[in-house]
Design a protein around this ligand. Structure first.
Ligand code: PLP
Length: 364
């Protein structure tokens, strides 16, 4: 009997996520010194983690033989304080990617529909397909989520709606007022997932807690991978009503979040100064990139996140040529935008190097 005959059919047709290439792989393939390569491909924090978070993770290794706190008790208590909610309204995951999968475990069955924008974060569609549900993709308008069109795409079969704001890969955001009105207009059988991976880069991130207090079916997702610079440790969290949070907690693995990640996340929350510095630097870096790209006559999408889309023409060629010179960025072909690249905002020096290398590449 063929192995394939035994496999869940959704697995056989499951598309593969294409991550940004690690520096070591690019160095090996192109014969470059890893130390000379810069990676501006995955919206990571170019300033690394807060030194306090790093120290806390190293300290946690002293008890590396022990299982982590499976309930993330301290971290959830700290998050509750930060957000003015109860600890039982939180679920912590192995990155917010895991939480997206947990939402699938809790809510999705074959035949269900999941409404999402296009282009938006690729993982929503992957998880939808994995559970045999149907992605209903709604085109963005001016690179922004069109909430009216998303609402119009809801049917009796819709279970989940995903909206990331700021959106990845476009860097655009929806306002608090339009989000509140949109969610209040949704039917009772739909769960709204608000992905706030880049919320900390905004001055005033939309506050959807009133919706949770009103008893609406809303889950907000956050991550320590972006402004907190802890992508390698895999910590994300969701907050919702206690009922919804407890469903998500029911389907996760008992020790889904490692102890180093928990310790680092706790310490990161105590270093508000570092977050503030990163927010400031990011804003300056965005301006630096935007004006440099404008000077090259390139179209960009105005971004409020830590990355931006730029239209370069032959995206595959420019991507490959940049990479040959040790600058890794993200091609947008997998998102159906083959003429575009996504640049993560780096340090001022990295941004300068990106702009200079791009100038050379485009001249050829
Ligand atoms: C980066 C990102 C995430 C975070 O993923 P983690 O699993 O927490 O590293 C979630 N949503 C969006 C839109 C992202 O861009």
């Amino acid at each position: 009997m063929k192995l394939e005959a035994l496999v869940n059919p959704s697995v056989l047709t499951q598309p593969v996520y294409e991550p940004g290439k690690p520096i070591e792989d690019v160095a090996r393939e192109l014969g470059l010194d890893p130390a000379t390569i810069i990676k501006l491909a995955s919206n990571e924090n170019p300033f690394g983690p807060s030194p306090r978070a790093k120290a806390a993770a190293i300290r946690a290794l002293d008890q590396g033989e022990l299982y982590p706190d499976g309930g993330c008790v301290r971290l959830r208590a700290r998050l509750a304080q930060t957000h003015g909610l109860d600890a039982n309204q939180f679920v912590v995951g192995n990155g917010s990617n895991e939480l997206i999968e947990l939402l699938g475990h809790v809510f999705l069955r074959p035949g269900d529909e999941v409404v999402m924008g296009n282009p938006a974060f690729a993982v929503y569609k992957l998880v939808t397909l994995l559970f045999g549900a149907k992605p209903v993709e709604v085109p963005l308008v001016d690179h922004k989520h069109d909430l009216a069109a998303l609402a119009a795409a809801v049917t009796r079969r819709t279970k989940l709606i995903f909206v990331p704001s700021p959106n990845n890969p476009t860097g655009t955001a929806n306002t608090e007022a339009e989000l509140l009105a949109f969610v209040r207009g949704l039917p009772e059988h739909v769960v709204f997932v608000f992905d706030e991976a880049y919320a900390e880069f905004l001055d005033n991130p939309p506050d959807l807690r009133p919706l949770i207090r009103e008893g609406r079916k809303v889950v907000c997702l956050r991550t320590f991978s972006k402004i907190y610079g802890l992508a390698s440790l895999r910590v994300g969290y969701g907050y919702a009503s206690p009922e919804l949070a407890s469903l998500l907690n029911r389907v996760r693995q008992p020790f889904n979040v490692n102890a180093l990640g928990q310790a680092a996340a706790l310490a990161a929350l105590d270093d508000g100064e570092f977050v503030e510095k990163c927010r400031r630097e990011n804003r300056a870096g965005l301006t630096q990139l935007e004006s440099g790209l404008q000077a090259l006559g390139l179209e960009t999408v105005p971004s409020v996140a830590n990355f931006l889309l730029v239209k370069v023409g032959d995206g595959a060629r420019v991507f490959a040529d940049l990479q040959k010179q040790g600058v890794i960025v993200r091609p947008m072909r997998p998102y159906g935008m083959p003429e575009w690249l996504r640049f993560t905002v780096g340090t001022p020096t990295q941004n300068e190097r990106l702009l200079a290398t791009l100038t050379g590449v485009l001249r050829r």
